[in-house]
Design a protein around this ligand. Structure first.
Ligand code: 48F
Length: 259
């Protein structure tokens, strides 16, 4: 077969453009492709919701790749074992109730699960603002990450979505944008971001699931962002709470769970 270089370029640009146009209107826009975001995207897409996920970096996986202090193993506790099985992630028992898995396999399996269930993942795109109409989130303002990195003065584009899930981890970026633009309107004790508390795995893990909820009409928060918004402890390289939180966010949107 004779290869035409320009045909390769046409194929990439055409397909990307087709898919990005599709992403402009969705049922759920997930911001952040860490473990919580990938799991939320998986369950929602599997339930036939139109899901788009925007990830700022080149690769999804967030804080999962590095395990703990770059030892690329993660720990998952008993309650989240069904999720390791759901995604086909191999695991070993360390002690009763403590399971370990390769962080690389875990990221790969969560990503493949989300994509195969129908979620569309857009990497290298940063969410830089929110759209609000009649006191409800209606979409996101997006731009290429290199525009932000290069401090280029380039206007963004917008996407529309019935729900947004903030899965941006410690920074809780989407919730922060809401506060910046709308004031202290979050459904938290102060209406503001409460800020995360010091490392305490037992409390942080329970809290991250409990704090997974709608914090502003149309905006849910999941994963570490849930604790950053609601004042939960951080928990370090144990990931059961992230997986369970992602599933809970999906279930809340699907009406299968209550706050
Ligand atoms: O940080 P991250 O992995 O969040 P998570 O799913 O999991 C937290 C754990 O990794 C770890 C922990 C567990 O014990 O505490 O920290 O809650 O993934 C967040 C993702 O969001 C992306 C970021 O690059 C990362 O991959 N992200 C952050 N801000 C934006 C964003 C943004 N403005 N637009 C798009 N993506």
């Amino acid at each position: 077969m004779h290869l035409e270089d320009v045909t390769i370029s046409k194929a990439i640009i055409t397909r990307y453009q087709e898919e990005l146009l599709e992403a402009l209107e969705s049922d759920v826009a997930v911001v952040g492709g860490g473990p919580a975001g990938l799991v939320a995207a998986y369950y929602l897409a599997r339930a036939n919701k139109k899901v788009v996920l925007f990830e700022r970096k080149l690769s999804v996986g967030g804080g999962m790749w590095g395990g703990g202090m770059m030892f690329n193993q993660i720990v998952v506790q008993d309650e989240a074992l069904p999720l390791l099985k759901e995604f086909g992630i191999s695991f070993r028992t360390f002690e009763e109730g403590y399971y370990t898995a390769s962080s690389v396999e875990a990221v790969a399996a969560l990503t493949l699960g989300a994509v195969r269930s129908g979620a569309k993942i857009y990497n290298l795109i940063s969410v830089e603002d929110v759209m609000v109409r009649d006191n409800r989130i209606t979409g996101l303002v997006i731009n290429w990450t290199p525009v932000d990195l290069g401090r280029l003065h380039v206007d963004p584009l917008t996407v529309q979505s019935a729900y947004v899930i903030d899965c941006t981890g410690h920074d809780a970026q989407v919730a922060s944008m809401v506060v910046k633009k709308m004031g202290a309107v979050l459904r938290t004790r102060t209406g503001n971001l409460e800020g995360e508390k010091p490392m305490w795995a037992a409390r942080g893990e329970t809290a991250t699931v409990a704090n997974t909820r709608e914090i502003f009409p149309g905006l849910l928060v999941a994963g570490m962002a849930a604790n950053a918004v609601c004042g939960g402890h951080r928990m370090g390289p144990i990931f059961g709470g992230m997986l369970l939180s992602g599933r809970r966010a999906a279930r809340l949107i699907l009406g299968e769970d209550e706050e």
